[in-house]
Design a protein around this ligand. Sequence first.
Ligand SMILES: [Fe+2]
Ligand SMILES: [Fe+2]
Length: 294
Amino acid sequence: MSLNDQILQSIDELPPFPIVIQRAVQLIEDPRTSADNLVDILQFDPSITANVLKLCNSAYFGLRRTVSSLREALVMVGFDQLMEIILSQESSMLLQAPCKGYELRQADLWRHSVACALLSRIISKRLNREATLTLFTAALLHDIGKMMLGHFVQDYFGQIKNLTGERKLSFTEAEKEILGIDHAELGGKVAEKWKFPEPIILAIRYHHAPSHASKDREVVELISLCDVVAMITGIGGGADGLTYHGDGELMKRHHLGEKDIEQFIVKLEDRFQLVDETLNTKRGGEGRSWLTMS
Ligand SMILES: [Fe+2]
Ligand SMILES: [Fe+2]
């Protein structure tokens, strides 16, 4: 079997995203979908319901009454926030494992992904755009391809690293040259397999080369920006972090300067700590909600 076939086959070895979440994400771009439709789908997964209730009833939300169903959670925290909690929790199953090829330890990729997802709200707000669930989902899953490509990157790490040094290729360019496919392209194939909406597929596929996207450029560029800022923070950063270039152009085009980046990082650090603590349930909180902080 060729290396390319082996890599493509690895998509089937990825632990499945719960089928009800796949279905919910497929529907988020459809204007005919209501919050009730989605909750109808999600409430049939007992572990999702259990996780949401546990979190909604934790000190972080500081709700005055006990939430006992997904529908009540929907009323109490709102639809987008409910989906964000569910997506962040469920993605941890997919993104928790160490990813040796990228020098990512346990949960590093999940932390980087959650940082990007939170940045999608922060940066959208700064650019006066709507912070949509499409952006949140795309940001959360943008590096999903690393979970499959990691083993292959580990096997060919020396050659990939050489190309980033000698020919100054970015890590993804070197992946493509040595392995025939890069983690962004592979991630796009996973999103296609899960029948996700096209803007999410394209944002994952082109997050390191937004100018190559022929459609949905706004979404793709925003995810790319989130990734750049997340890499600057170093949250869950890996071996590839310092090899990317050409991001200055994207910042300039959106009139973003160093001051903006500093502000993004300050806002992110505060929110990220709460998410990390809440979802990892390391310790109790002070009744603040990480999703509603502005
Ligand atoms: Fe990436
Ligand atoms: Fe990334």
